[in-house]
Ligand binder design. Structure first.
Ligand SMILES: [Zn+2]
Ligand SMILES: [Zn+2]
Length: 299
């Protein structure tokens, strides 16, 4: 693991000094703080800000899963260029959210293709149109419905879509040979998840999606999570997937029970804990509570 923390330019240098020392100091006085960790075979992860990025360095080119934000994506590109002389071939998006596709634009002219589920493309476009930022997007040029497959180098990457979950366009990417899954935001490790009902999220179906992952994976599988409460816990095993499934089940059960008791949504989302849940802590509990309440009362 490489952690590099550099000081931000504090503005203490005079213009002249800065001019002369610009090149020498450029790397020191730019801020970046990222981690790159190789997992197995030639598959690794990059973390800085936003959803965890996965990547493959194959002899037939580089594949990247998700792109965080433009500045952090550039850190990734620069670093991977030092690790491999091969071209960037594919950028795969797990879903449309800005902390996963905002950095797509850094791959413009760098990568050959951008791949995503068809709903992810539709969502990315819709959000960008609403925010007047279509020019800041690099949209997928390859989309799929149920699944998609890429053979590259010694690896095969299989994309699967199992239905709505965190949004209505979450893909799971499976490095079949390395036995590594990137689940995107279908996995929030020990952190209360965002549940994007405006983009078709559904917690009941989400639990079933994770069943499919659990069925495909085995005890040696490495699972890459979209987000983790604790830095350094962006990957785990199928046991973590089952724990998150259990958490989602408890959120739904809690909502169902309180709705039956006649508790209002406003009251319900004030809860600061979920019965039986001990490992999911931190901020944002109102997000899954709100989504569960709305999901169960909108039927
Ligand atoms: Zn995310
Ligand atoms: Zn997301």
């Amino acid at each position: 693991m490489h952690r590099r923390t550099f000081l931000r330019n504090t503005g203490i240098l005079s213009g002249v000094t800065l001019l002369f020392q610009k090149n020498a100091l450029a790397s020191v006085f730019s801020t970046f703080d990222y981690d790159i960790k190789m997992l197995r075979n030639d598959v690794g992860i990059f973390t800085e800000r936003g959803g965890t990025i996965g990547f493959l360095l194959s002899k037939e080119g580089i594949v990247v899963i998700d792109a965080q934000f433009p500045d952090t994506a550039q850190h990734l590109i620069d670093d991977l260029k030092k690790r491999s002389a091969n071209p960037f071939r594919y950028l795969l998006n797990t879903h449309h959210h800005g902390d996963h596709t905002g950095g797509n634009i850094a791959f413009k002219g760098v990568v050959e293709h951008v791949v995503a589920h068809k709903n992810s493309l539709a969502n990315q476009k819709a959000v960008a149109e609403r925010g007047n930022s279509l020019d800041k997007q690099l949209l997928p040029d390859i989309t799929f419905g149920e699944d998609w497959k890429l053979k590259i180098g010694d690896e095969t990457i299989k994309a699967d879509y199992y239905g709505a979950g965190h949004t209505n366009g979450d893909a799971i990417y499976h490095f079949e040979k390395a036995n590594i899954f990137h689940t995107g935001d279908l996995m929030f490790n020990k952190r209360h998840p965002f549940v994007d009902r405006s983009a078709g999220a559904n917690i009941s179906q989400w639990i079933k999606d994770l069943d499919k992952v659990a069925k495909k994976a085995d005890k040696d599988s490495i699972i890459i999570f979209g987000h983790s409460l604790n830095p350094g816990e962006e990957t785990g095993t199928i046991e973590d997937v089952k724990k998150f499934q259990d958490y989602l089940g408890k959120v739904l059960k809690f909502a169902e029970q309180e709705i039956k008791r006649g508790v209002s949504k406003e009251e319900f989302i004030k809860n600061s804990s979920i019965p039986g849940v001990t490992e999911w802590t931190g901020q944002g509990i109102e997000r899954p509570l709100t989504a569960a309440y709305e999901e169960l009362t909108s039927k």
